[in-house]
Each structure stands twice: as C-alpha cells, then as structure tokens.
Design a protein around this ligand. Sequence first.
Ligand code: SF4
Length: 530
Amino acid sequence: MIVSIFNDVIGPVMRGPSSSHCAAALRIGRLARDLMGGEFNEVLVEFDRNGSLPTTHDSQGSDMGLFGGLLGWDAADERLPGSPQALRDAGVTIRIETVDTGDEHPNTYRLTLRNPRGEQHTLIAISTGGGMMEVINVDGFAVSLFGDYHETFLSVIGNGADLVKRVTALGGVDEVLLHEHCGKQWVEVKAAHFLSDATIAELRKACPILSVKRLAPVLPIASRKDTRVPFTTCAEMLAHDAGRNLPLWKLAVEYEMARGHLTEAEVIAKMVDIVRILRRSIQQGIAGTQYEDRVLGHQSGKFNELLQAGRLLNGGALNRIVLYVTAMMEVKSSMGVIVAAPTAGACAALPGAVIAMAEEMQYSEEQMAKAMLASGLIGVFIATRWTFAAEVGGCQAEGGSAAAMAAAALVSLANGTLLQSVAAASMAFQSMLGLICDPVANRVEVPCLGKNVLAASNALSCANIALADYDPVIPFDEVLETAQRVASQMPRELRCTAQGGLSITPTSLAIEQRLAAKKAASCGSGCACH
Ligand code: SF4
C-alpha cells in the first residue's frame, strides 16, 4: 500500500495511550464486526506468547480499542474507556488467550467470532505502528487488507475464475482477486464502493454465489489502483525537486494530492482541521485532566504557572514547547482526543514543537498546517521503508521519528531551504538511534513524557543547526536504514514488551501492581476481558 500522510503519519484522531494498540485494534475490531455482519455473541482473541501483546494488551489499550471496534465505534469516540462494559452489555462474551503460534509479527491479533446461529469466522491481523494495521488472513484465506477500500467478498465453489472475469468486466472496481483455500474460493473486490445488491443478483444468474461479506474502509484516505506518487524516499524527492528548492511542505502537498486524489486546498484544509484539534487538546491539557488509571497526574499546570511568573530558567520558546508537549501527553493519558503524530506514545513532540513555535512567531493555523505537512513527508519516508511501531523498532521508531519530523517542520516554519529541512531531520534522527522502549508500569507515560520532551528539544536544536548549515554527513535515507539495522539488533525485551529497561525496576513493578489492584477493584469480578 502506498503510504498517505493522513492515513499513516499524522493520524488517526483518536483516544488512548498507544496508537499501535488502541487505534489499530479498533480498526481490526471494526473489520471483524463487518465480517460478521454486525451479529456475534462470542469472540476469542489469541496472542502469541512471544509477541508483545500478552503483556501489554490490557494496560496499553488494545482491549479498549478492540472492543470499541467490535461495537462499531470511532477511534475518537468518548465512550471508548467504557468499551469492555458496553460489549458485555451487548451480550458478547470475550475470551483472551495466550497461545504458541510462532507469529512472525509481535503485534498479531487472531480473532475467532461466532454468532448464535453457529456461523463462525476467523481473522488474523497485525498492528504495524501509528494506528495502521493489515488483515493478513480471513477464514484461512491469505489476504492483504489495509482498510483503504470498500471490500466485497463473494464466496463461491469452483467458478471463481469466471466470477473474477465477470466482475472485472463490469468496470468501476480497482482490483478483483481470487483466493483459494481447502477447496473453497473467495472473490475479493476492492473498490470505492461495495458491489450493490442488484449487481450481485445479476452475477448470481451466471455464478452461484454462496455468501456475500462487505467490509467498510477504516482509513480516512481511500486507495485507488492507479495511484502513483512522485517519490517515496528522501533521495527520490531531492531528485524530483531537481534544485528548484521547493519548500518541503509544497512537496508534501504534491505527494498527498497524488496519493489521495485531492486538491491542494483539500490537503491544506485537512491539516488545518488537525491543527485545530491539536490546539484544543493542548489547551485542555493545560487546564487540567483527570483519569484514574495513570501514573502521572496533572503537571503542566504548575509548569505553566512558573513559566507565566518568569520563574523557570530562560529556555526561550523551548519552555512553551515543553509545556505543550506535557499538556498533550496528559490529554493522551486521560483518554482525551489526540492525533497520533506519528504515534500516540510519541503524539506530543511534533505538535508541541510546531504549535508552540508557530504561536511564538504569531503564525496562522495555515502556516502551522504547512509545517505539519512538511513533517508528514519525512514520516512518509519512514513509514514507506520502515515502521513507527516500538514493538519492532524500540522508541527510536516512535520518538526518533517524531524528532526527525519535528526538526524538518521547524525548519519549514523558519523558511529554511529544502536541504536544511532534510539535514535537520537527518541530524535529529541520528541522535535518537538505539532508543529503547521501556514503559514504566506498562503505561505509556514514563519515560514517554521525557522522551517526547527530548524529541522536541532535539528537534529545535537540530532545526537551528541546520539553519546554520551544519553538515549532517549521513543522508536521511541512510540514517533510516541504520535505525532499521539497529532495531534488528535490539532484544525484544527493549521493544515495548515491558520486560526490560525501566519497566522492570522495583518502582515500576510496584506502580503496576497498585494500578492493577485499583482497576480490579473498580472493574469487579465480572470483567469480560480477564
Ligand atoms: S518509551 Fe517511547 S516507544 Fe515506548 S511507549 Fe514510550 S513513547 Fe512509545
């Protein structure tokens, strides 16, 4: 799939501590719900013992997101924290089990759903970071679904090839695929709309169709088969620019126009909407947030008081950046609305840096949006060749990516050159290589707040040294390849399993126990998820 800024990099708009847990699981749940036509009363969820989910699915919000998705909710739905109870109230029994399946990807979800009439379907999906997911198997058929099309599945026996020809001949669809498994056939139709009942009735006259399943898209930007983007790596982008020195945000707009079949005005307007959400969240965070199940309380309020009273060390705009980063992290931890940019764990560094700096410069929301778009293009390069998933890459994939993206965005705000934007991204990423993921008490708060502050501070420093034409030496694409190589050398204990680093300190374990006891007390013994 071709990466989109709004699908894969700046988004989703969501609630919850972790996009690779909450938002991705919610999307998986929505697709599973559609597979059952919205009717089911039993769900079995299985996680591989050696993956990251057995130890994180509850505390990092997979359950909350998955249950919300099974209920058909949106990723920013305010009812999400109550999704376990809502699912129970809907009469659905959930079992979550740890199994030995040897799944290759650490974030693999295996779902089996049944309805009272005995109909059963299975779905296997992986969460690939930043809220993105891929369904890789449905009912034993190997598939590849990213939630970017209207998907119509037609179950047939023996005449699948003929049906593929007939559907293709109808025109107006993007892809028609034949899947075969154990003597059964499925024809998958990817399009901008579902095959209508009338069309299916017509097809049935020539080919017996046993059943029809319709899975609605879960991504904001749809795909089309004929989509071509102008570049997918930093080097290709520089070649495409061919010395014109276009601003990075303009190249980002050009990319997203091609990817999403949008106009320039639509791309900018979408990002302005996101900027408005971010600004509201920051103000909400500073005003104060409440949530029981979290490690840190409201800290940004006091920071703001000292900042306003001139009682902090003089950090210039950096102090406002730190305030905004903290406020955004507090909103995330209180289940408020955030934007995964590029992930929920690292949701604060980029918007904190961009919005604080733009406000210092008295810039408009459109200027903020352009800087966010510039950062989005750096994220496109990362998501195309690698991942934002800490389970794969450690915190260098989250915080490192956020720092690189924010550095490029800040250069963009300062009207720096294209080469300076790219240099800032390269230098910021270089200094985040090897960063481990070790959330305290299995909550995405500590050391995540510090890592977001670090990423934003690093971004500001790297933007300034890039503006002064410091030499990054290593091109951005090579730094990205290095992050990938370093990730493959990191033990899984240091990649978001809560089994290493600060996660296993006595203090972390004690906090985790305390929070678990509190949650159990408020949840009661009838919790469907345990
Ligand atoms: S340590 Fe970094 S990667 Fe891990 S949960 Fe926190 S922000 Fe995400």
